[in-house]
Design a protein around this ligand. Sequence first.
Ligand SMILES: N=c1c2ncn([C@@H]3O[C@H](COP(=O)(O)OP(=O)(O)OP(=O)(O)O)[C@@H](O)[C@H]3O)c2ncn1[C@@H]1O[C@H](COP(=O)(O)O)[C@@H](O)[C@H]1O
Length: 111
Amino acid sequence: MNDHVLAQLADTIEARRQSGDPATSYVAKLKAKGLDAMLKKVGEEATEFVLAAKDRNAMQVTYEAADLWFHSLMALAEVGVRPEQVLGELARREGLSGLAEFASRPADPKI
Ligand SMILES: N=c1c2ncn([C@@H]3O[C@H](COP(=O)(O)OP(=O)(O)OP(=O)(O)O)[C@@H](O)[C@H]3O)c2ncn1[C@@H]1O[C@H](COP(=O)(O)O)[C@@H](O)[C@H]1O
């Protein structure tokens, strides 16, 4: 299992977005509904993920994480972002302490 799976799924999503039939393709059907519908699904799947994680149910949380990632890939495709870009951002952060990065941020002028 590697990041190739995400790239391949993104390719499938792109192909279905372009020429899939909403009668037979979930991706084509959700694309036809638009960005708001995709974001609603991301929110729903995130909630289901949280509930499964709260129960510490490893099998269910794996299933819900897959649903969440899939619908996130749908939203990313809609706004023109490839999973490689997200993985690149995670790679860029590798070794950078989250606490040190937060402390280095410029002060918020609104505060
Ligand atoms: N990974 C997925 C994937 N994960 C989840 N789903 C679908 O997402 C839908 C929503 O899931 P829910 O559990 O929320 O079901 P629901 O609440 O009853 O559905 P809705 O009311 O939101 O329509 C279901 O129809 C799932 O089958 C997926 N549909 C497709 N894929 C991938 O996308 C590819 C292309 O799919 P098609 O476009 O359908 O050919 C597939 O080969 C898969 O690789």
